[in-house]
Design a protein around this ligand. Structure first.
Ligand code: NI
Length: 136
């Protein structure tokens, strides 16, 4: 039977929502205050859920140290205290939290061979969250 392990991480980052394909007026209409020229910040909470068989020797689904290292190197070092608009991943994509969630999922997808990355959830505010999963 498969078992799952989830862990939360936090980052602070800034972004400005502006689509190059839209006019100034359209961007203002679509994104509202999030289109303000100087951007704004969020304290994002990133939840990572991995699944796999419980290791018979350790009794664990995943090596926590290895998971923290992978998330640290691939996500936290990259995005914490960063301007998301300047990251190459968002050169052609608006740094919405939907796209941040997808980026986190793609960056972690093959990070840990012994488990499958099942689910990534990113909370942008206490009211908004976004999810990506292998379920489609
Ligand atoms: Ni925002």
């Amino acid at each position: 039977m498969k078992a799952y392990f989830g862990r939360r991480y936090t980052i602070s980052a800034s972004h400005r929502l502006n689509a190059d394909t839209l006019s100034v007026e359209e961007n203002r209409a679509v994104y509202g205050k999030c289109n303000n020229a100087h951007g704004h910040g969020h304290n994002y909470v990133i939840e990572v859920l991995v699944g796999g068989e419980v290791n018979a020797a350790t009794g664990m689904v995943v090596d926590l140290v290895a998971l923290d290292r992978a998330v640290g190197e691939r996500i936290l070092d990259r995005f914490d205290h960063a301007n998301l608009n300047l990251d190459p991943l968002f050169r052609d994509r608006v740094p919405t939290t939907e796209n941040l969630c997808k980026a986190v999922f793609d960056l972690l997808r093959n990070a840990l061979p012994e488990v499958e990355l099942e689910h990534v959830r990113v909370e942008e505010t206490e009211n908004n969250f976004f999810e990506c999963s292998t379920r489609g």
